[in-house]
Structures are given as structure tokens and as C-alpha cells.
Unconditional design. Structure first.
Length: 159
């Protein structure tokens, strides 16, 4: 999960300036950037959908009350991030079709809001959830890590 978090923080963080760098009426470049935003938004959505379906239920089933408290915080953060992601989608089509400054600024603002929530969320997840996943679901966690990284022990974040 560390690598997925690094990727998402990096890409969403960089995308704000990339969007602001698209010239007014440059619909070709806006379309290219929009394709990338749709891709990373899909990666984010898929990542969170997997956690919602697979990780949270296992932690709630196997963990204690303090585990439940942090899982519920994470679930709430997922909802906030999903709302921010929906805000991006709402701004994306008008900007992509016109590359107008007002749409560009609206999209950049939506990306900033998502990135802020994402940075906070992934930091908490790495600090609190991943150790719990290793503790309460070690086989599931090791299998997931092996599939992603080729080793049952994923690399730690250096960010």
C-alpha cells in the first residue's frame, strides 16, 4: 500500500500545477491532462473500494474497540475523498471541452482539496492501519504485498 500511496500523493500533487499550466483554449492539452486525471482518479477509487470491501471488515471483525475507532475514521475519510473526487469529475468535462480559465481554476481547486484530504488520509493509514493489518490479517496482508511487491513484506514509505 505504501507504493500506491506514494503514487497517488505524487500524481495528485503534481496535477494541480499541470492543470494550471494548460493555456486557455488549449483543448488538446486539456484532453491529455484530463485523461491522466481520470486514470489516477480511477486508481484512487479502486484502491479505496478494495479497502472498503476487504480490509475494513477484517479489521472490525478481528480487532478491538480501538481498532474500530480508527477504522471508522478511515471510512469517514474515504467518504470525504470520494466527495472531493466527484468534485474533480464535475469540473473535468467543462474544462476539457473548452480549456477556459474559470473551469481550469475550478478544477485546480478541486484537485487541491482532494490532495489535502489524501495526504492526511494516507499518513494516518500508514501510521495506524497498516500495522493493524499486519497484526490482525497477516496472511491477507502478506498475500496482497507479495502480489504487489514480490515479497510478503512491502517496502516502507520514505516520504
Amino acid at each position: 500500500m505504501y507504493m500506491a500511496h506514494i503514487l497517488m500523493r505524487r500524481e495528485f500533487g503534481l496535477t494541480v500545477d499541470v492543470v494550471r499550466g494548460v493555456g486557455e483554449s488549449d483543448v488538446n492539452r486539456a484532453g491529455q491532462v484530463a485523461d491522466h486525471i481520470e486514470f489516477i482518479s480511477g486508481v484512487l477509487h479502486g484502491h479505496h473500494a478494495a479497502e472498503d470491501a476487504l480490509l475494513w471488515p477484517k479489521l472490525l471483525d478481528r480487532g478491538s474497540d480501538d481498532v474500530a475507532a480508527v477504522v471508522h475514521v478511515m471510512e469517514g475519510q474515504h467518504e470525504a475523498i470520494d466527495e472531493a473526487n466527484q468534485g474533480i469529475k464535475k469540473e473535468l468535462d467543462p474544462w476539457c471541452g473548452t480549456a477556459a480559465v474559470r473551469h481550469r481554476d475550478g478544477l485546480a481547486g478541486a484537485l487541491e482539496r482532494l490532495n489535502s484530504a489524501l495526504v492526511e488520509h494516507t499518513a494516518l493509514e500508514e501510521e495506524r492501519i497498516l500495522p493493524l493489518a499486519e497484526k490482525y490479517s497477516p496472511r491477507v496482508y502478506a498475500s496482497y504485498a507479495k502480489r504487489l511487491y514480490g515479497t510478503p513484506t512491502p517496502p516502507r514509505s520514505t516520504v
